[in-house]
Design a protein. Structure first.
Length: 244
């Protein structure tokens, strides 16, 4: 006889199963926040204090640049990027294929005459000899396909970024972000890329179209952004691995 304590079901298995289902549910509903570490401003290197030595006007402890403008060129300097992104793409394709085939096999001639015969089961046999070995085959194929795709994007505005690194050839690696907190959420713009010092204007500004290897992100998070996203169950059924 089994011990009554072993037969008692305390519902532990059901509790574990329910906890696992709830964990899976909440993990599917969670949204991944946008990355921020890669776009944080780069601080300039710390300068060491040098005791002033000689000179009544210019001293070694002071950084005085007489022949340079206000353009950003050092790590930590701020550069303003004017966003003027506009892209448009359109693609159209049309395919039509037709194929017709017709084959005819004439009634052969044996000993100078074409054979005529009656169908089996007809009586009398010689009353309906109007069938021959003449054969015909006709095939027709048709295919028609058409596709049309169109996309257009536009982004304007301004964002200030910092110089993260200076490459050996003199180009500047820039990155930065701007966050706007609205009533029901937040919107952010993130940008990174490589800038040529020659492309920077006299007002320390540069067009976004002149940034090499540019990566621009404009998105948001919060109540309004979440309402525009597809639910986790709908994403599951729309996944490419779903066979139906």
């Amino acid at each position: 006889m089994l011990d009554p304590g072993l037969r008692r079901d305390d519902g532990t298995g059901y509790k574990l199963l329910l906890a696992g289902l709830l964990t899976l549910l909440f993990s599917g509903c969670a949204t991944t926040p946008p990355p921020r570490d890669n776009y944080r401003p780069t601080m300039p290197p710390a300068y060491t204090n040098v005791e002033p030595m000689g000179g009544s006007i210019y001293q070694t402890a002071r950084d005085v640049r007489l022949f340079e403008d206000v353009k950003a060129r050092r790590i930590g300097d701020i550069l303003t990027v004017m966003l003027q992104e506009k892209t448009s793409a359109k693609k159209s394709a049309s395919t039509t294929a037709d194929k017709n085939q017709e084959t005819t096999i004439a009634n052969p001639i044996f000993f100078g005459a074409s054979p005529q015969f009656n169908l089996p089961g007809l009586i009398p046999l010689d009353s309906n000899r109007n069938n021959s070995l003449l054969q015909g085959l006709t095939a027709e194929r048709a295919f028609e396909g058409e596709a049309d795709s169109s996309q257009s994007n536009s982004l304007t505005g301004e964002i200030s970024v910092t110089i993260a690194d200076v490459l050996p050839n003199g180009n500047l690696v820039v990155r930065g972000e701007k966050w706007l907190t609205l009533n029901q959420g937040e919107e952010f713009i993130q940008i990174s890329g490589i800038v040529r010092p020659q492309d920077i204007g006299t007002n320390n500004r540069i067009l976004s179209t002149l940034i090499g290897d540019a990566r621009i992100t404009y998105s948001g998070r919060g109540t309004l952004a979440e309402t525009n996203q597809m639910g986790w169950l709908a994403r599951f059924f729309n996944h490419p691995v779903w066979p139906f």
